[in-house]
Design a protein. Structure first.
Length: 278
C-alpha cells in the first residue's frame, strides 16, 4: 500500500505518491491554492468548463504542468460526462482539451496510456479520482468516478481496457483512490440508496443509515470493485481526504452549492520507454 503525501513545488501544494514515481508513474492531485483565478474560483481552478476566465485557467494549468516537467502540449483531457467510457490515448491525442474544453475527448470519463510523457488529466470537486498503474507493463490510467461512473463500474472498464490492450494483469496493478467526498458528507436520497444496494447486493455496509440521513461510501465501493476484479488489497491506496470536509484545501461542488472550481488529477509515465504491445 502506497502513502499519499503533500509536496510543495513552484508554490503549489499537491498530493502525490512518491513510490509510484520511483516505479515509473508521476501522480499529482492539486489543491485549490496558489493560482490565478479569482472570486468563487479562488485560486488554482483547473477546469475550463465552469465559467472561470480561460486565461486564468490556462495559467493555472501551465503551473501544474510544471510539476510534471512538461508543457500543455503533453496534456490530454476528456469532457467528463459522468459515464463509463474509457479511451486509449496515444501520441496523436497529445494536447487534446488542454487549451479548449470543446477539444477534449468527447463522451469520455476514463483515459489509458502506455506512452511516456503524456499527461492524463481529469478534474474534480467531490467526485472520486481513480489512478491506475501497472509498473510491469508500464501502463497508466485515470478515471473520473462520481456516483454514476461508480454505478457504471468505470474502474472495471478501465481495468478491462488495460488487460485487452496491453495484457495487464490484476496482480500487477496499483490503485490510488484519491481525494473526494467521503461517507461522512455524501448524503443521498433513499431511492438512490436502493439502486446502490441493488447494484452491489453483497456490500450493504457501503450505505450508512444515520439519524440525520443516508450516506454512501463511494471510495469503499470503488475499492471493493478493484478487489473483486483481482487487485491485491495491499496494492490499493485510499485517500483519507474528504473534499467536502476540507474546503480550506479543496473545491467541493456540494459544500459550495455548485459554484466553485476544480482540482486536477494528473498521471504520466516517466523515465520509461514507450510500451510495445506483445
Amino acid at each position: 500500500m502506497s502513502q499519499e503525501i503533500w509536496q510543495l513545488q513552484n508554490n503549489i501544494n499537491y498530493l502525490t505518491l512518491p513510490d509510484w514515481e520511483k516505479r515509473g508513474a508521476k501522480v499529482v492531485f492539486t489543491s485549490r491554492h496558489a493560482g490565478a483565478s479569482e472570486g468563487i474560483y479562488n485560486s488554482l481552478n483547473m477546469a475550463l468548463h465552469v465559467g472561470d476566465k480561460p486565461g486564468a485557467v490556462l495559467k493555472n494549468r501551465k503551473q501544474a504542468m510544471k510539476l510534471m516537467g512538461l508543457d500543455l502540449s503533453h496534456m490530454v483531457c476528456c469532457q467528463q460526462v459522468h459515464g463509463n467510457q474509457v479511451a486509449v490515448v496515444d501520441s496523436s491525442l497529445a494536447g487534446r482539451g488542454s487549451r479548449d474544453h470543446e477539444d477534449a475527448l468527447p463522451a469520455t470519463d476514463g483515459l489509458v496510456t502506455a506512452v511516456p510523457d503524456l499527461v492524463l488529466a481529469t478534474f474534480y470537486a467531490d467526485c472520486i479520482p481513480v489512478f491506475l498503474f501497472d509498473p510491469v507493463r508500464k501502463v497508466a490510467a485515470l478515471c473520473h468516478s462520481g456516483w454514476k461512473g461508480t454505478m457504471g463500474l468505470i474502474i472495471i472498464q478501465a481495468l478491462e481496457v488495460m488487460r485487452r490492450q496491453y495484457n495487464c494483469q490484476p496482480a500487477d496493478i496499483l490503485v490510488y483512490i484519491g481525494p473526494g467526498i467521503g461517507s461522512c458528507c455524501y448524503e443521498i436520497q433513499a431511492d438512490l440508496a436502493d439502486k446502490v444496494l441493488s447494484a452491489f447486493p453483497d456490500d450493504n455496509d457501503i450505505i450508512i443509515v444515520k439519524q440525520q440521513g443516508i450516506t454512501w461510501d463511494l471510495k469503499e465501493t470503488i475499492r471493493r470493485c478493484a478487489i473483486n476484479y483481482g487487485i491485491p488489497k495491499n496494492q490499493i491506496t485510499v485517500s483519507s481526504w474528504c473534499t467536502s470536509c476540507s474546503t480550506d484545501y479543496f473545491y467541493s461542488y456540494r459544500k459550495e452549492q455548485g459554484k466553485t472550481g476544480r482540482m486536477a488529477a494528473l498521471i504520466a509515465l516517466v523515465g520509461v520507454k514507450e510500451h510495445e504491445k506483445p
